[in-house]
Design a protein around this ligand. Structure first.
Ligand SMILES: [Zn+2]
Length: 510
């Protein structure tokens, strides 16, 4: 029926649909949904879109199938290798049709600590190349991968004004001059380039069966063993692992990605060296592997091969205690129903509303059920137990104080507001809602939250120190541009600080 655009290399489906809207000159998002999906409830999902069978319908059959679309034009490959095979199959199924949020739950995004970008990002110089090759701009998928902050060829990515998880969920926005203003691009650090390259490698791996959680557990246990970090037979010495990570990665980096909690009992790092009950993100794997391989080159492909070589316990199809042989399709359907129910409500409610389904899964597919529910639970809250606020308060404030100590000389992090500090803890939303029960954390926040002046002065200090270190001087306007400040946005205190530097130091050329 209509002239649906063909996806460009590495283009997100989100982007192709947005371009379809422009090609058809459709001004309303609803009209676009009607044309492409015949369904107004489809969300404009950047990372893991569903309803792909509708997209396939518009593309030449001999060139495209479901796996190709998923492997080449969505962020699924970033997650696929790290979730058990059964779950991976479920996800493929969700992406073909509807998922009602179950897909994001199934890949582990709900439990993941890695920050999701706030806006779609872009590389202006790649835009130039796209324009030359294809005559238009499009959203490349590498730019939208959580944890990736640069284009390995050209430098740091810039934020567009298009939200990654927008309030208006049904609008597909194409990249254009209006939402992608041109700014100068800063050079990327070596670590940023490394992460981008590893993400590119993951995206290039084709659809193959993935390892299960038991195999990942063995892999990390062995890694600790090889590095003499296991006492006796089973006791992992977490302190040594912590040191290993800190030797390789700066704290500011871990904070930037939401992974700074390394020491508490419930930190992601602890969980990684215990029995795996949920899957971890590529970035968590990367941080650990890179630290342990210390300078030696490695690829995800080799790691995955090594993980799959561990003998694995039988899959959950065999846990059917009744003893009868069940059809895989029956199990698939039941699992699908449970994931869909979980995506919409809590475990307790889902169980209450689907008693029969829960009982069936408990009887026939218990291992999968327990794993799936663990994935849904926020990692911090032990299931079925009352929260011990006093302990939580202690642990939280200890983490914050330690972090504060580590950050004393660090001038890089974003503004350390109350919310920022809270976000460095496990389950930030629970903490935020229950501050009344957490007096120590509250006291910390009141003392150490950074006000506007402090933040502005910190940014200025950072640039001035860099200038001084290089024995250079800097003109006032460049300094203001680099720190994102303008004279009218500056507080009185910042202005006084700046005047003082201008008068007493030769650093700033006025
Ligand atoms: Zn680029």
């Amino acid at each position: 029926m209509f002239n649906f655009p063909t996806p460009y290399p590495d283009e997100l489906i989100y982007s192709t649909v947005a371009r379809a809207g422009i090609r058809l000159a459709l001004s309303s998002p609803k009209q676009l949904l009607d044309e492409v999906f015949q369904n107004r409830k489809v969300s404009a999902t950047v990372d893991l879109p569903c309803h792909l069978e509708k997209i396939l319908h518009w593309l030449p059959q001999r060139l495209y199938d479901l796996n190709h679309l998923i492997d080449k034009h969505t962020l699924f490959p970033i997650y696929a290798c790290f979730i058990p095979e059964e779950r991976r199959q479920n996800c493929l199924h969700f992406m073909q049709g509807a998922s009602h949020g179950a897909l994001h739950l199934a890949v582990g995004l709900n439990a993941s600590k890695v920050h999701i970008p706030e806006y779609l990002r872009y590389c202006p110089r790649c835009f130039e190349e796209q324009l030359q090759s294809y005559g238009e701009w499009y959203w490349s998928r590498l730019w939208q991968i959580p944890g990736v902050s640069c284009c390995p060829q050209h430098g740091k990515l810039l934020n567009s004004s298009v939200q990654y998880r927008p309030v208006h969920k049904h609008e597909f926005k194409a990249a254009c001059l209006e939402n992608c203003p041109t700014h100068a691009q800063e050079p990327a650090s070596l670590d940023e380039i490394l992460i981008a390259q590893k993400a590119i490698e993951l995206c290039s791996l084709t659809n193959t069966p993935s390892a299960n959680l038991a195999q990942w557990t063995l892999f990390y246990k062995d890694l600790a063993l090889k590095h003499h970090m296991v006492k006796g037979k089973h006791h992992i010495v977490h302190e040594l692992i912590y040191q290993k990570i800190m030797q390789r990665w700066p704290m500011s980096f871990l904070i930037q990605h939401g992974l700074s909690d390394l020491c508490t009992e419930n930190s992601w790092l602890h969980h990684m060296f215990r029995k795996h009950r949920r899957s971890f993100s590529y970035l968590e794997h990367l941080i650990v592997i890179e630290a342990f391989y210390a300078g030696k080159s490695w690829t995800f492909q080799e790691i995955l091969k090594a993980v799959k070589a561990y003998s694995h316990t039988p899959t959950s199809f065999c846990d059917n205690t009744v003893g009868e042989k069940l059809q895989p399709t029956v199990i698939h359907t039941q699992r699908h129903l449970w994931l869909t129910a979980l995506a919409q409500t809590s475990i307790v409610n889902a169980r209450r509303q689907n008693t029969a389904l829960y009982a069936w899964l408990y009887r026939n597919d218990k291992k999968w059920l327990v794993e799936t529910n663990a994935q849904k639970q926020m990692p911090f809250i032990p299931s079925g137990k009352k929260v011990n606020w006093k302990q939580r308060d202690w642990e939280g404030v200890k983490t914050l104080l330690r972090l504060h100590q580590q950050l004393l000389e660090n001038l890089d992090s974003p503004r350390r507001t109350r919310t920022w500090w809270i976000k460095q803890l496990s389950s930030p939303s629970t903490i935020e809602k229950n501050l009344a029960s957490l007096p120590l954390i509250t006291k910390f926040l009141n003392t150490y939250q950074e006000d506007t002046s402090c933040y502005q002065i910190r940014r200025l200090s950072r640039e001035l120190l860099l200038t001084k270190r290089n024995n250079e001087s800097i003109s006032l306007w460049v300094l203001l541009r680099k720190t994102g400040l303008t004279t009218d946005r500056m507080t009185q205190e910042t202005q006084t600080f700046l005047n003082h530097v201008i008068q007493h130091d030769q650093l700033i050329k006025v």
